[in-house]
Design a protein. Sequence first.
Length: 54
Amino acid sequence: MRENRTTTIAVAEWESEARGLAGAEQYRAWMRRVGIMDWLVLETHTGQIVAGSY
């Protein structure tokens, strides 16, 4: 979802918080490795689940 001209929000659902944190770190590591992080800032936030699928 595009928040404004400089901010985009993405939501991901993982089967556990531990897998979610590990997956987010792998994604950030890949973005650093290929140079994407030179052009943007990525923030990862965790919080209460407001909707889920099973």
